[in-house]
Design a protein around this ligand. Structure first.
Ligand SMILES: [Zn+2]
Length: 107
């Protein structure tokens, strides 16, 4: 079972209260960019076995978007943080590395 905490309103609930929005921290490429960059932005997504940074929306609560760092194997959630964050915060990376030192090169 995946349990998430919304960083906007502080509610902790099962994933059925939220809706996944795909991979977080995508670099956007729009019209005018070269074809390879635009194609990767539109169609290429990571599907890691381990830490994944994702977008979530609290659909049955405050309705706001946020980001989560979780393990795709164990469903362990390392942290949730505001959606306005462009890169994973340093404290989140530190928390992941302290809990999973074997992922040093993957985060
Ligand atoms: Zn919320």
């Amino acid at each position: 079972m995946l349990i998430l905490t919304c960083p906007c309103c502080g509610v902790t609930a099962e994933e059925t209260e939220f809706h996944g929005g795909g991979e977080a921290h995508l670099k956007r490429f729009g019209p005018g960019s070269d074809d390879a960059d635009y194609e990767s932005y539109m169609f290429s997504r990571k599907n890691p076995r381990g830490v994944h940074f994702e977008r979530w929306r609290h659909v049955y609560g405050c309705g706001k978007w946020f980001l989560a760092a979780r393990c795709t194997m164990t469903l362990e959630v390392f942290a949730t943080y505001p959606a306005q964050t462009l890169e994973p915060p340093a404290d989140v990376i530190t928390a992941i590395k302290s809990k999973r030192p074997e992922w040093e090169g993957f985060v």
